[in-house]
Design a protein around this ligand. Sequence first.
Ligand code: ADP
Ligand code: MG
Ligand code: MG
Length: 204
Amino acid sequence: MALTVQDVVAWIDKSNETIQTNKDYLTTLDQAIGDGDHGINVARGFQEAAAKIADGNYTSSADVLKDTAMTLMSKIGGASGPLFGTAFLKLSTAVKGNDPVDYATFTTGLKEAVNGIKQRGKAIEGEKTLVDVWSPMADFFSRQADFDGEKIAEEAKNAMEQTKTMTATKGRAAYFKERSDGHIDPGSASSCYIFKALADVIGG
Ligand code: ADP
Ligand code: MG
Ligand code: MG
């Protein structure tokens, strides 16, 4: 299969929906190993992004992803804003001129997104940040041959849960050192919702 412009719009809408539903949970996670605003931050960002793209009459996925990126970057506020912004901007660039977006192109976009996030946040895998969902997901897409909603959702959940066993060394959670052990990273949880939303759009 391939992602149509409507699929990409639905992806952002669905991401917004799940993030609004789980806003309080995301805040609870950030209260344990951060400053307790992650739910508020991403809920605001995705609300604005969904509103922004609802206004547009898009003919390319790259434009939807670019407007999403710009909105997330300016509206989220916290450390996660520029990182999610970078991820969607890299995806946008990678899929430009490729409608509908085929699996290989989307996979390349995810790899670019991971590189962008890592560069921007100066974090690598295993530091208990949202890199620990985006990076394994990009690897997972590389191993597979086509979109599979069920597997994507399962993989994202596993990646998010893996962050429980990690000790934070980047971002606010790093101040908690070993006390961050046993907690799910908030940015990994919101990232998991983004991949779950994609899985919902794909179905399967
Ligand atoms: P803030 O920490 O400024 O309050 P948020 O609460 O919105 O921002 O986001 C926190 C999340 O951002 C963390 O759970 C983590 O996943 C992610 N994060 C923070 N710093 C980094 C970094 N340097 N690299 C990658 N991700 C990071
Ligand atoms: Mg926070
Ligand atoms: Mg904050």
